[in-house]
Design a protein around this ligand. Structure first.
Ligand code: F6P
Length: 513
């Protein structure tokens, strides 16, 4: 670590640790100072998200010191490299150009992304106009970044109306694919095969089984029902997809950052092109904020300050995210890949061992369900878990407004209770009923949960993840950690490897040894 980064951390670690209640008691402007909005649209279309970090332990002194850490970590230079399409993924020697898909990047990359998007739009519109016959179902086959984003966005945006009934299948466990088959009619089903590399074993095995199912279901040319979403178009053509139905995306778009590329095809088909475009516009508003705002006023960076503080100074090993919105049920799983695959690293960008904890474990669920399951630990367990609450002011349902009022009240009450603590017993002395309080949370309050808001929420977390990586000096854009297990599975299949006694016994017990 450079001397200036060590000095910034020394300063952060030396600052006093006041309780949240004290921080509020001494400061009338705290909420305003630690809340901010990102907005987009105009007039009737104006909307945005409020980010309230006031219930975290960030103080003016901590923000000063973290601004110093950002400077010592060359945050502005790293960010400029990200937006300029420089090869900031140093271990793989390439750029990370997800923002170019939303209009922010080098001119050439933005142009290329626009052209690829236009190609996708033409195919989506042709399908909707009947070019591939009746289409009632889409089975989207992909895994990791090729599945989690589409799954989240289709689930969030098509609850009221979907042009096609969409099933996202990722697991190699055939149970998942069989479930999709049971819900679809082969005669009116399209299959999207989504894979950046077009080599991933789970995806290609599922795709082969889907072809067999179509053929057995009476479809004479199963590959004619496939749309390939990939950065390896040659491979997709070799596999049997006609190039008119291959939607390529750029190699510089990472798997977990690929929802904005052709990997978003099921969103565009099921929710409609306008919704897909709105999702990109919401993300673009966050890109503009992140690119143009300096220091603590940069909201993803401010969130990263708090993340770093809790992981490193307070020793928090996990971070929890609770969406008080059924439409965001898949958001915690999406974030798990984004944050843990990006920042779960043990060496810096220079290959040196990191000198502190990297990504905490991201977990979470949906409110209010989670209150009746895991919140006990948050309130009274021995761990300190920083929590993010996400909610929408406008309801997603048309039932009695009491539903949404109770939902939001619960969301806000949980943050207040975590912070305030107290004793629930009559005499105020029963230790079993004691709540220590002083437990941090942040609240992300959306005006509404529409496509633009979803795009903005995801982009906020992409930039928060990147900001965390810069503050830690690590590369968030590679994922070598997933390779060893994959190699061993290949070795087992090929019968090539010698394994430990336990693994051998398990293989033998399963008839695979
Ligand atoms: O195994 C991890 C991973 O490489 C992810 O990063 C990626 O999103 C996923 O596999 C799927 O890869 P592909 O899109 O190439 O099939």
């Amino acid at each position: 670590m450079s001397d200036s980064r060590t000095a910034a951390w020394d300063q952060i670690e030396a600052l006093p640790q006041a309780s949240l209640s004290d921080l509020f008691a001494g400061d009338d402007a705290r909420v305003d100072r630690l809340s901010g909005r990102i907005d987009w649209g105009e007039g009737e279309d104006a909307a945005g998200i409020r980010f309230d970090w006031s219930k975290t332990h960030l103080t003016a002194d901590l923000l000063d010191a973290f601004d110093g850490l950002a400077e010592a970590s060359d945050f502005a230079a790293r960010r400029a490299e990200l937006f300029a399409g420089e090869p900031i993924n140093v271990t793989e020697g390439r750029a990370a150009e997800h923002t170019a898909q939303r209009g922010s990047g080098s001119e050439a990359s933005v142009e290329e992304a626009d052209a690829l998007r236009t190609r996708m739009q033409m195919l989506v519109e042709a399908i909707r106009e009947g070019a591939l016959g009746d289409v009632n179902h889409l089975i989207h086959i992909g895994i990791g970044g090729s599945a989690l984003g589409p799954d989240l966005a289709v689930d969030a945006l098509t609850r009221d109306l979907a042009y096609v009934d969409c099933h996202v299948v990722s697991n190699i466990d055939g149970v998942a694919l069989e479930e999709a088959f049971a819900a679809c009619d082969p005669a009116t089903t399209l299959v999207a095969v989504a894979s950046k590399t077009f080599t991933t074993i789970e995806t290609m095995t599922n795709a082969e089984s889907a072809m067999r199912w179509l053929r057995e279901g009476g479809v004479s040319d199963p590959h004619g029902r496939v749309i390939a979403l990939t950065a390896n178009p040659e491979r997709a053509v070799e596999w049997g997809v006609d190039e008119t139905r291959v939607l390529p995306f750029m190699e510089s778009v990472g798997g977990r950052y690929s929802l904005w590329s052709s990997i978003g095809f099921p969103v565009a088909l099921a929710a409609g092109w306008d919704e897909f475009a709105a999702m990109l516009e919401g993300a673009a508003a966050v890109d503009a904020h992140f690119r143009d705002t300096d220091g603590r006023d940069n909201l993803p960076l401010r969130a990263a300050f708090a993340d770093q503080y809790y992981a490193r100074v307070r020793g928090c090993q996990t971070r929890a995210v609770f969406a008080y919105d059924e439409r965001l049920a898949l958001f915690p799983s999406y974030l798990q890949q984004l944050e843990m695959e990006s920042n779960g690293k043990r060496v810096t960008s220079n290959g040196e061992p990191v000198d502190g904890p990297t990504a905490p474990i991201t977990w979470g669920g949906v409110g209010t369900d989670a209150q009746h399951a895991v919140f006990q630990l948050l309130h009274q367990g021995t761990h300190m878990v920083p929590v993010d609450f996400i909610a929408s002011i406008a309801p997603g349902d048309a039932l009695d407004p009491a539903h949404h009022a109770i939902l939001l009240t619960n969301c806000f009450a949980q943050g207040a209770a975590l912070m305030a603590g107290g004793n629930m017993s009559a005499d105020g002395k029963d230790p079993a009923r004691e709540f220590p309080g002083n437990r941090p949370s942040a609240t992300i309050l959306c005006d509404d949960l529409d496509a633009a808001t979803l795009g903005a929420l995801i982009a906020f977390h992409e930039h928060r993840t990147f900001a965390n990586a810069v503050l830690m000096g690590i590369n968030p854009f590679d994922q070598f950690g997933v390779e060893l297990g994959k190699k061993m599975a290949r070795d087992i299949e090929g019968g090539a490897a010698e394994f430990d006694a336990s693994t051998k016994a398990l293989l033998e017990a399963s008839g695979l040894g």
